[in-house]
Structures are given as structure tokens and as C-alpha cells.
Ligand binder design. Structure first.
Ligand code: GLN
Length: 191
């Protein structure tokens, strides 16, 4: 059975675990370096990227997660998780994990509306996929090899860079598991 870790320092952890289990995989909450052993894939959930970064430093997880990525383990970042994965963050000198070849900007969908839900048509995945945005980032630009899978208001909100998948919104907060299924297929391909 495939083992998918969910970084469990902060944020929407349980919801990812529920979808992973619903799709017949084992979900491992990741709180320490030992939890990274034997993972086939890793999810970086939404939450608050600055807080998550502090916790990643406190628990010494930043380098071990980079090492896991270097071993070829697929990773999926949602919302704050996308910010953690990105190679560049607008307005910041340094990225966090810096693994995915995209430039992201934080809190990019208007100040008045903190959160909203839309239905997206997503390349390779399907139509009418519900997407919940909560103070969401967007992908400002992406490297040549990055596949743009979805846009909202002309902004890139879902993209794949080889074994890294990143989205602006929260697929785990809906009953629709198609995006998670797509990630699990990526994990199967790489393992
Ligand atoms: N605005 C948050 C950040 O910058 C992300 C919000 C989310 O994950 N829902 O980290």
C-alpha cells in the first residue's frame, strides 16, 4: 500500500488524511524526521506559510524534506504548501524548500474577499472541480518544463513540475477527490 505523508505541524492536515485513506492509501502524519522514512509521497498542506516555516526550522525538517525530494519522492503543496515548495516568493529574498520551478505571490486574490469557492476546469483532471480559496497565493510565472493545469481570473492556480504538484486552493476541503487521485497516480508513477 502506498504511504503518503502529510506534514502535520499546522493547518489542514486531517482533511488530507481523510482523502488519502478514502483513496485506499496509508496516510502518515509527519511531525518529525523519523516520520519521513518509507514515504512514497508527501503533502504540504495549507495553513500559514510563515508559521509552518518556523516549525520546520524548530523540528529540523527543512533539509530532510529537501533530501526526500532529491530521492525522487513526489510532493504536493496546497496553498501555504505551494508557497513552501516554490523556488521564489515575491517580496522575499529566500524561498522555503525551493523545490518547484515557480514564482508565487502570497495573498493574491483581493483583500475584501478572504475566501471564496469556484468550479474549475482542470487539464488532465476534469471539469467542474470545486476549489476553495482562502487567502490564497497564485503562481506568477513558471519555468519552461512546468505544466499549467488550471487558471482562475487569468492567474495560474494549479501546476505540475515533474514530480511536484502545487495548487493555490484547498482541494481537501471538498468531497471531490479527483485532484488527490491525480497526485496519487503521480506517486505510483515515480515509485
Ligand atoms: N496566506 C497563507 C500564507 O501565505 C496561505 C493561506 C492558506 O494556506 N489557506 O501562508
Amino acid at each position: 500500500m502506498l504511504k503518503i505523508g502529510v506534514l502535520a505541524l499546522q493547518g489542514a492536515v486531517r482533511e488530507h488524511i481523510r482523502q488519502i485513506e478514502e483513496l485506499g492509501c496509508e496516510a502518515i502524519p509527519v511531525k518529525s524526521v523519523e516520520d519521513l522514512n518509507e514515504l512514497n509521497g508527501l503533502i504540504l498542506p495549507g495553513g500559514e506559510s510563515t508559521t509552518m516555516r518556523k516549525l520546520l526550522d524548530r523540528y529540523n525538517l527543512l533539509e530532510p524534506i529537501r533530501a526526500l525530494a532529491a530521492k525522487g519522492i513526489p510532493m504536493f503543496g496546497t496553498c501555504a504548501g505551494l508557497i513552501l515548495l516554490a523556488k521564489e516568493i515575491v517580496g522575499y529574498k529566500m524561498p522555503h524548500l525551493g523545490l518547484m520551478d515557480v514564482v508565487v505571490e502570497r495573498n493574491s486574490f483581493g483583500r475584501q474577499v478572504d475566501s471564496f469557492e469556484v468550479e474549475l476546469s482542470i487539464r488532465e483532471i476534469g471539469e467542474d472541480i470545486p476549489a476553495v480559496f482562502i487567502r490564497a497565493p497564485h503562481i506568477v510565472s513558471a519555468g519552461e518544463k512546468v505544466e499549467i493545469l488550471a487558471k482562475h481570473e487569468e492567474r495560474i492556480v494549479l501546476a505540475r513540475d515533474g514530480r511536484f504538484l502545487g495548487c493555490s486552493f484547498h482541494p481537501e476541503l471538498t468531497e471531490d477527490t479527483r485532484i488527490m487521485k491525480y497526485f496519487i497516480e503521480m506517486v505510483r508513477e515515480y515509485n
